[in-house]
Design a protein around this ligand. Structure first.
Ligand SMILES: [Zn+2]
Ligand SMILES: [Zn+2]
Ligand SMILES: [Zn+2]
Length: 217
């Protein structure tokens, strides 16, 4: 919008704005007469200028349409003073957000997830107080969700059990060194080893039965 088309000169019979209208003309915006008839003390009827002050009049006179301050921006185009321009812009952004929701912000976050996570980490790690508050929140979450913590640890172990310093590696080393005895596997009344999750008797090295492995139970 830096390069508007050159202004066309308005024809003399149709003045461009209220300021230029002669007595008796109407506002080009709202159509109101720009004069009022009044009777003087001497009994003579005279035309008194009465500009309409409508939105059009405000715009062509560069007055904010909310308050009486001068507009900022292009004369005869801009609608608001600096303060009300910011307010109108904020309202427009809020209307847009209400219409499209947060999908654009979410998509932006998804595209830049690593960088945004690093930013968030740097933010809370830059203050000992913020960091303590965050850690307290995490500890509280772990206290309230022991089953989720257990599942997280199990998933972690499934990814890392081959590593030398994993829990399973340490466990196997301790059992081999005789420092630790594995918990006995469950058995039924007849002495048969059973599935860890149901009473099905098992043979071989399996620890859970085929049905439990499939997730049928
Ligand atoms: Zn008007
Ligand atoms: Zn204003
Ligand atoms: Zn089973």
């Amino acid at each position: 919008m830096d390069n508007p088309p050159p202004e066309r000169p308005a024809p003399a019979s149709r003045p461009r704005d209220v300021r230029a209208t002669a007595a008796g003309d109407r506002c080009r915006g709202c159509g109101k007469l720009q004069v009022r008839m009044e009777t003087t003390g001497m009994g003579r009827v005279v035309e008194v200028p009465a500009p309409c002050r409508c939105a059009f009049w405000r715009r062509v006179n560069c007055i904010c349409r909310v308050c009486d301050h001068a507009v900022v921006g292009k004369p005869r185009v801009a609608l608001y003073c600096a303060e009300h321009r910011a307010a109108a812009r904020a309202a427009s952004v809020a209307r847009h957000r209400a219409k499209v929701g947060e999908k654009h912000q979410r998509a932006y976050y998804a595209r830049n997830a690593d960088r945004k996570r690093a930013q968030a980490r740097a933010y809370y790690q830059s203050s000992a107080e913020r960091r303590a508050r965050k850690n307290a929140g995490k500890a509280e979450w772990r206290r309230r969700n022991p089953d989720k913590v257990r599942a997280q640890k199990a998933r972690y172990e499934l990814r890392h059990w081959k590593e030398d310093d994993s829990y399973m590696a340490r466990y196997r080393a301790e059992v081999a060194a005789g420092e630790r005895t594995p918990a006995p596997l469950p058995r039924n009344d007849r002495g048969e080893r059973t599935c860890l999750r149901c009473p099905t008797p098992l043979a071989g090295r399996a620890k859970i039965c085929a049905a439990c492995r499939r997730g049928d139970t």
